[in-house]
Design a protein. Structure first.
Length: 126
């Protein structure tokens, strides 16, 4: 039997190099050169404004200062249902915001601490 000719080997993986990326935890990651931007994902807390009563436990437990509690903005207030609006008014329209969500390290302390179960950690594309 004649030896089968082999197709030339496919080009191997492109060499890797140190690339920068805006994603905090991948800033110095070694990424394959793919022509694509960083596909890194990270986790960030999402606050359910219909549940949050602005009690600030998340502010107190987060080691990375992700949260601030303040007055709910009009646009967010308008998104609430009737019950959510009444509840929000009863609590002075206070709610938690996440101005430093990119600092989240997914420790879960805020999820455990929230008495209203208003926080979920969600994967987000960066
Ligand atoms: S999961 Fe941890 S780091 Fe992320 S927002 Fe909650 S308490 Fe902060």
């Amino acid at each position: 039997m004649a030896p089968r000719s082999r197709a030339p080997p496919a080009p191997g993986p492109a060499p890797t190099e140190r690339l920068s990326c805006d994603h905090r935890s991948h800033r110095d990651a070694t990424l394959a050169r793919s022509g694509l931007s960083c596909q890194a994902r990270r986790v960030a807390p999402v606050v359910d404004r219909g549940k949050c009563e602005g009690k600030s436990e998340c502010v107190e437990v987060c080691p990375f200062h992700v949260f601030e509690v303040g007055r709910m903005g009009d646009a967010d207030f308008a998104q609430l249902g009737v019950f959510g609006k009444l509840k929000s008014i009863a609590h002075g329209r206070k709610t938690a915001y996440t101005p430093r969500a990119s600092a989240c390290q997914a420790c879960g302390k805020c999820v455990e601490a929230c008495p209203e179960k208003a926080i979920k950690l969600t994967r987000v594309q960066v």
